[in-house]
Design a protein around this ligand. Structure first.
Ligand code: HEC
Length: 241
């Protein structure tokens, strides 16, 4: 049934997970509620509490489609595997439901102490930050193979500068030019020369940005090269491709 849904979406040109666009709803509403709670603390005005209440109600309503889309994506893209980040996210989503419900109930208590509302909304805020953090980890960690400690500096540079386009050593713009089997990996000199002044195989300027000195020092270039070679490099393709 889930496969059919994604097939149908694919037919109208949506080939992407469903959960990410939904997440903005509850996360945004929680942040708005938190801001109103801050206003309530500073100005002690009742209508800030009222506004926070409605924002929390919206967050609670939007939590349902977001969780549902998350479950669909999890089944479709991860075959429902119990990955560590998924477990944490499910626990945090359940906790968020409890916290949002508790906040709604608390807001309806006559003369509720502002500090109680503030505490509940701070917990909600940290909860959604956690959900976003582990969601990001789930998506981005998979793009960068882990390695032993010595290669971590190189991995951090890769995550910061390269993994967006070369996820898992591939190439999202030109899939036929994956980093992992690039002829430029043959030596450090060839590699750094290319990274400082990247070109397409026909010698013309392509979409890859150049990484020159202040952005990527020589030392960082070496660490990056070590990581790529030991982390995921495959035998080079012939230069002609
Ligand atoms: C904005 C996307 C983008 C980023 C960021 C990027 N690249 Fe590239 N990379 C490309 C594209 C597109 C090509 C194809 C050649 C071109 O555009 O010049 C490429 C090609 C390469 C190649 C040659 C691949 C082949 O098989 O011929 C290497 C090596 C490479 N990139 C390394 C890196 C490294 C190392 C970083 C990080 C410092 C990096 N790239 C960052 C997009 C990117």
């Amino acid at each position: 049934m889930i496969d059919k849904l994604y097939d149908l979406l694919g037919k109208i040109g949506y080939i992407h997970p469903l959960h990410p666009p939904f997440t903005h709803g509850p996360i945004g509403a929680v942040i708005v509620a938190f801001c109103f709670a801050l206003g309530m603390m500073f100005w002690r005005r009742r209508n800030f509490l009222e506004s926070a209440y409605y924002a929390v109600a919206i967050a609670l309503v939007l939590l349902f489609p977001t969780v549902l889309a998350g479950i669909f994506d999890w089944q479709y893209y991860y075959s429902g595997a119990w990955i560590f980040q998924i477990k944490i996210k499910i626990a945090l989503a359940a906790l968020l439901f409890i916290l949002l419900s508790a906040t709604l109930i608390a807001a309806r208590i006559p003369d509720v102490r502002p500090s109680i509302m503030m505490l509940l909304l701070t917990l909600c805020l940290f909860n959604v930050i956690g959900l976003g953090y582990f969601g990001g980890q789930l998506v981005y960690e998979g793009r960068t193979p882990t390695v032993k400690d010595g290669l971590m500096p190189g991995r951090n540079i890769f995550v910061g500068h390269c993994s967006g386009c070369h996820s898992n050593g591939g190439n999202i713009i030109y899939p036929n030019l994956p980093l992992r089997s690039a002829p430029q990996l043959a030596s450090y000199e060839k590699f750094i020369e290319f990274v400082r002044n990247p070109k397409l195989p026909d010698g013309s300027k392509g979409p890859m940005p150049p990484f020159t000195e202040p952005k990527l020092s020589g030392q960082q270039g070496r660490e990056l090269y070590d990581y790529i070679i030991k982390g995921f490099a495959k035998p080079a393709r012939s230069e002609e491709r």
